[in-house]
Write a protein that binds this ligand. Structure first.
Ligand code: 3PG
Length: 211
């Protein structure tokens, strides 16, 4: 067994609350989002983990979540690397639109395909495959080597940038990834084998309400 990789999706953002497609736009956390991030941090504190390094995106909602988790585990000053590679999927022309308005305009089915399919990009934006094509190389070069050297690594990022990672880690098919939604602020704790495959996965919270 080598190190530990913890993935956590940012807490509820202002645009999650307003039901807007967000992508690379940069809203902050809501009060609930702050509480969710703190709760995820408390779950990790109770789990007893101490991190060696943290990674997050260049977007404020993930950075704030990362800091709130680190505060909760008593590691407020831990080195944190911010990289655009971990950003949310770029929602292209949908960014800033209301998700219900988009359903009314393009239909429930089409919007679901844009939101959850593997390889159909929203207009002007990234498919999950496109997102994975930048998340996965960054994971391989910057994150995985640290985990394999035995470090405990926190990654605070986004619903779809993390779905693209989880798809590979959990060996999900294109059909299975369609159904996977990650809850805000719920940490997933992966222990990896020396060959980088997953030895164990624990979810510290409830993923069932995610949509
Ligand atoms: O970018 C967004 O709108 C959200 O962070 C994730 O949206 P989704 O649930 O539609 O993928």
């Amino acid at each position: 067994m080598s190190g530990t990789l913890v993935l956590v999706r940012h807490g509820q953002s202002d645009w999650n609350l307003k039901n807007l497609f967000t992508g690379w736009r940069d809203p902050d956390l809501t009060e609930l989002g702050i509480e969710e991030a703190k709760a995820g941090g408390k779950a990790l504190a109770d789990y007893g983990i101490k991190f060696d390094i943290a990674f997050t995106s260049v977007l404020i909602r993930a950075q704030r979540t990362c800091q709130l988790v680190l505060d909760a585990v008593g590691q407020s000053s831990l080195e944190t690397i911010r990289d655009q590679a971990l950003n949310e999927r770029d929602y292209g022309d949908l960014s800033g639109l209301n998700k219900d308005d988009a359903r009314a305009k393009w239909g429930e089915e089409q919007v679901h395909i844009w939101r959850r399919s593997y390889d159909v990009p929203p207009p002007g934006g990234e498919s999950l495959r496109d997102t994975g094509a930048r998340v996965w190389p960054y994971y391989l070069t910057d994150i995985l080597p640290r985990v394999l050297s035995g470090e405990k690594v926190l990654v605070a990022a986004h619903g779809n940038s993390l779905r693209s990672l989880v798809m590979v880690l959990d060996k999900l098919t294109k059909e299975q990834i369609l159904k996977l939604n990650l809850a805000t602020g719920v940490p997933m704790v992966y222990k990896l084998n020396a060959d980088s495959t997953v030895a164990s996965k624990e979810v510290l919270g409830d993923m069932s309400g995610a949509h």
